[in-house]
Design a protein around this ligand. Structure first.
Ligand SMILES: *[C@@H]1O[C@H](CO)[C@@H](O)[C@H](O)[C@H]1NC(C)=O
Ligand SMILES: *[C@@H]1O[C@H](CO)[C@@H](O)[C@H](O)[C@H]1NC(C)=O
Ligand SMILES: *[C@@H]1O[C@H](CO)[C@@H](O)[C@H](O)[C@H]1NC(C)=O
Ligand SMILES: *[C@@H]1O[C@H](CO)[C@@H](O)[C@H](O)[C@H]1NC(C)=O
Ligand SMILES: *[C@@H]1O[C@H](CO)[C@@H](O)[C@H](O)[C@H]1NC(C)=O
Ligand SMILES: *[C@@H]1O[C@H](CO)[C@@H](O)[C@H](O)[C@H]1NC(C)=O
Ligand SMILES: *[C@@H]1O[C@H](CO)[C@@H](O)[C@H](O)[C@H]1NC(C)=O
Ligand SMILES: CC(=O)N[C@H]1CO[C@H](CO)[C@@H](O)[C@@H]1O
Length: 484
């Protein structure tokens, strides 16, 4: 009896949870359906990277009212993932994590930030690899690991960006990846994957990918190997670009041989304007979807770098035309089919970590990694103290309270998050709130099917990995340094 009520209590806490995904081979797999999961994501960095200041007690996931507003607007578009860069592990994120979870939206978490002591540096990386840095990294892992919608952690973002930074950084990136994976193995109940988010600089991209995905003696359980490889790519620009001219075809041809899931951790070239989002048709289309696992649009809020979908001034959000165009574009896709593809299920062995795997002269081809810095091994073995922790909480009211205006300046009413049933993730059609603009609403064909996860399995017993990872610089590097 006691046992039974305990079980019920445990189940109750998991209500309205997205299914924790697994990494199997080159795919994210929904364990309930066995289908490949495609990320439909948005980079969520209100204030830009410069807006992150832990001293204010604020970060992008600290305020329930703004998260509720943004989750509602994202849900209407069919977003299923946000990427969040700059997080303070000591702030409470329960409300925001619970809101996004209820909306069927996963979180990709960058464990680093642009602040000193919170990331591996691109030059003289040894000066940034010390126990206090790792402590911060592990604290972010602790803070987010209990949320079922934490998809993966990025152990680094755009750290290797050219040959000079490729000279010393690679072993440090692998070392941090190893430390985080070991930390999770020793201290965290759920296996959450750890990956790297690369700048799409072709001179170093392929070596970076191989350096991160290879394995010692070909063993896929090599702890320093990235579980996922992602790239921030801005090479598809404007309405005239094609699969070939954008070089997305080149990316697809190369990544066909990947041994880990690959996705766009940022995309959405903003020159020329306006963005018509043609690339999303390719990303979720027949050629790319079997190789890639979707992507993350850069970015939610309008900042100085001009990549926003919405503009926030004080507490008022105004929808921009880019939001409407992206929403309309996504609405034209057949999500029911896209999210129902079988994983490749092919046995892919990682390449061997050998110096001849690295092709570019000047790129570090030494796979001997630095050992954890003094004091760090104890943290990895026993856990940090104190440990931040998070939990899913009950949200009593899903109605948006902050002011939201459409692109013409009209205040919208009735906006709310529609909490999904257990084991669903969002894809499109449940939340019918009006946010648009008549012309784009036209094409918004919310023909209604929601991401059904089916029955949930044992979440903590995932054979594979659950999804999370890194920090982003505000200005997409690749936008400036495209495949030099
Ligand atoms: C380690 O992280 C925790 C959680 O953020 C923090 O309270 C503690 O002060 C950190 N320890 C060190 C040595 O930085
Ligand atoms: C991009 O999308 C626009 C709007 O649907 C379309 O007119 C244009 O032809 C597309 N570009 C290409 C190269 O297909
Ligand atoms: C609707 O959206 C289109 C394209 O985004 C824009 O050109 C138009 O001005 C918008 N109309 C209103 C009423 O917001
Ligand atoms: C994972 O992939 C292997 C093939 O590599 C396949 O046999 C297995 O069924 C897959 N597992 C899941 C849970 O999809
Ligand atoms: C590889 O790196 C390790 C650790 O820094 C160093 O001891 C070793 O000499 C390096 N090997 C080569 C061939 O440079
Ligand atoms: C929207 O629908 C109306 C009526 O069905 C049609 O006349 C109009 O051309 C459509 N607009 C767009 C942008 O598809
Ligand atoms: C909306 O969906 C229906 C049914 O799937 C389809 O027949 C129709 O062409 C779609 N309309 C638009 C504008 O995409
Ligand atoms: C609850 C829900 O399903 N919300 C949204 C998910 O995504 C689609 C668009 O793809 C929206 O139309 C839904 O409203």
């Amino acid at each position: 009896m006691l046992f039974k009520s305990l079980l019920l209590a445990l189940c109750a806490t998991a209500v309205n949870a997205v299914p924790s995904l697994q990494v199997n081979g080159t795919d994210f797999v929904n364990p309930d359906t066995g289908k490949k999961f495609q990320i439909v994501g948005i980079a969520y960095q209100p204030g830009g990277s410069a807006g992150y200041d832990p001293k204010t007690g604020k970060d992008p996931l600290s305020h329930a009212d703004t998260c509720l507003r943004d989750a509602a607007l994202m849900q209407v578009m069919g977003v299923n993932t946000i990427r969040v860069y700059n997080l303070d592990p000591d702030i409470n994120h329960d409300d925001c994590a619970s809101i996004f979870n209820a909306a069927g939206i996963y979180m990709i978490i960058d464990v680093n930030s642009p602040l000193v002591g919170e990331a591996i540096t691109s030059y003289e990386p040894w000066t940034s690899y010390y126990a206090k840095y790792l402590n911060h990294t592990f604290a972010v892992v602790e803070a987010f690991s209990s949320y079922p919608n934490t998809l993966l952690f990025f152990s680094g973002n755009e750290v290797i960006n050219d040959l000079p930074s490729a000279k010393d950084v690679p072993p440090y990136l692998r070392a941090v990846t190893r430390d985080i994976k070991n930390y999770i193995k020793n201290n965290i109940k759920r296996t959450i994957p750890v990956g790297y988010s690369a700048a799409d600089v072709r001179e170093v991209l392929w070596d970076t990918w191989n350096y991160m995905q290879c394995a010692e003696n070909g063993k896929s359980n090599d702890m320093s190997r990235a579980d996922i490889f992602a790239l921030n790519s801005y090479s598809w620009c404007g309405p005239k670009a094609t699969y070939e001219s954008s070089t997305f075809k080149d990316l697809t041809d190369k990544f066909k041989d990947t041994s880990v899931p690959v996705f766009f951790s940022e995309y959405g070239c903003n020159k020329p304007q306006p963005r018509l989002w043609n690339e999303t048709l390719a990303i979720y289309g027949d050629k790319m979807a079997p190789v890639f696992s979707g992507g993350v649009v850069y970015q939610w809020t309008q900042e100085d770098n001009n990549y926003g979908l919405v503009e926030i001034k004080d507490d008022t959000l105004t929808i921009m035309d880019d939001y409407n165009r992206l929403k309309a574009r996504w609405a034209g896709l057949q999500w029911k089919t896209i999210q129902a593809q079988d994983p490749s299920n092919k046995k892919v062995s990682p390449p061997e970590c050998e110096s001849n795997l690295i092709l570019e002269k000047g790129f570090d081809n030494n796979f001997t990694l630095p050992v954890p810095p003094p004091g760090a091994q104890k943290l990895i073995d026993d856990g940090i103290k104190p440990k931040p922790s998070g939990k899913i909480v009950k949200i009593s009211d899903y109605n948006v309270k902050l002011t939201v205006k459409d692109a013409s300046g009209k205040t919208l009413s009735g906006l709310k998050v529609v909490p999904l049933k257990d084991d669903e993730f969002n894809w499109s059609g449940k939340n019918e709130a009006e946010t648009g603009n008549a012309s784009s609403d036209n094409s918004t064909n919310s023909s209604g099917d929601n991401g059904k996860g089916g029955k949930s399995g044992d979440k903590d017993n995932a054979a594979g990995l659950t999804l999370p990872m890194t920090w982003a610089v505000a200005l997409p590097l690749a936008a400036m340094m495209m495949f030099a």
